[in-house]
Design a protein. Structure first.
Length: 296
């Protein structure tokens, strides 16, 4: 194998040893695509209300991979971005995107929900779903429509053979909020390197609260998917003792959020076991938000 080449298998069979070296009897691919992940998100957005999302099933889908078989995680597949289904953003916000994505328009609960969940879906996929992350063009800023190239079935039309890049460049439109979050998410990973370490340890997945907590490379990832409930002094287990500070919050105003998470607060651990971890801390978890805390 050429050491300068990375090989990625597009495989849904779950074939054992697909990403193990040939000298171990494996097929020899470096990575496999986590194809079940985007399918899970679209299934939820198509068929389930927020209140019916199964938290345990989401975690299972994101973590269901063989130990040390590297997986490329992605939230939106080519079926949504390129072929003709709806994008994640369009499933979340639909026609409201044509009327309420301006910062000058009246507030829209549909847009607020869509922007919040779009950020959360991408971050939990990035943090929990694998050892690499794939983005289909446009998903980083919530492109409303799929892209299709000319072919016989669309009468060789160029109508959908474009990405509307001007949407993210327009400072009046809320697409820039999603794009800024995507930028911050990748910059945070570049600083703390959770993708090139062991898979996460999930300590909490609460169905009624819709809260997920996991640790990866000493970072603490927190997600509150509940549509209405915000929690004060929510207890979360953590292995590493000390003080922590939020290094990324989906609720920052620059990402289209409501600034409910104070990034200046130091969160201190208590030396008592909780959720299978040696220590715990208590935090404020607003509804439909995600954050990452790093030890200081």
């Amino acid at each position: 194998m050429d050491p300068n080449v990375i090989t990625i298998a597009e495989d849904v069979s779950g074939m054992p040893t697909l990403c193990r070296p040939t000298e171990e009897g494996g097929v020899g691919f470096d990575y496999r695509l986590g194809m079940a992940i985007p399918d899970k998100w679209i299934q939820l957005l198509k068929t389930k209300s927020d209140e019916d999302w199964n938290i345990g099933n989401i975690v299972h889908t994101l973590t269901n991979r063989r130990w040390k078989e590297n997986t490329v995680a992605y939230a939106e597949s080519h079926d949504q971005a390129l072929v003709g289904d709806k994008t994640i953003a369009f499933w979340l916000m639909d026609k409201e995107m044509y009327t309420h994505m301006s910062t000058l328009s009246d507030p829209s609960l549909i847009i607020d929900r869509g922007i919040a969940l779009h950020k959360m879906i991408r971050l939990i996929t990035h943090g929990l779903g694998g050892e690499a992350y794939l983005n289909f063009m446009g998903n980083e800023f919530g492109h409303p429509e799929w892209l299709d190239f000319p072919h016989i079935d669309n009468n060789e039309s160029y109508h959908y053979a474009r990405r509307q890049w001007h949407l993210v460049d327009d400072q009046i439109l809320k697409y820039r909020f999603l794009n800024e979050f995507d930028r911050a998410m990748h910059h945070t990973e570049e600083k703390y390197h959770w993708l090139d370490c062991l898979p996460a340890y999930v300590s909490w997945k609460h169905e009624d609260d819709k809260v997920i907590a996991f640790e990866r490379n000493n970072l603490l990832f927190l997600f509150n998917f509940h549509s209405t409930k915000s929690f004060t002094d929510y207890r979360i287990g953590v292995e590493l003792a000390g003080k922590y500070r939020v290094v990324l919050s989906s609720d920052d105003a620059e990402f289209g959020g409501f600034n409910r998470i104070d990034k200046n607060v130091e969160h201190h651990t208590f030396p008592e076991g909780w959720a299978g971890r040696r220590n715990y801390m208590q935090l404020y978890l607003p509804c439909r938000t995600a954050c990452i805390l790093a030890p200081q």
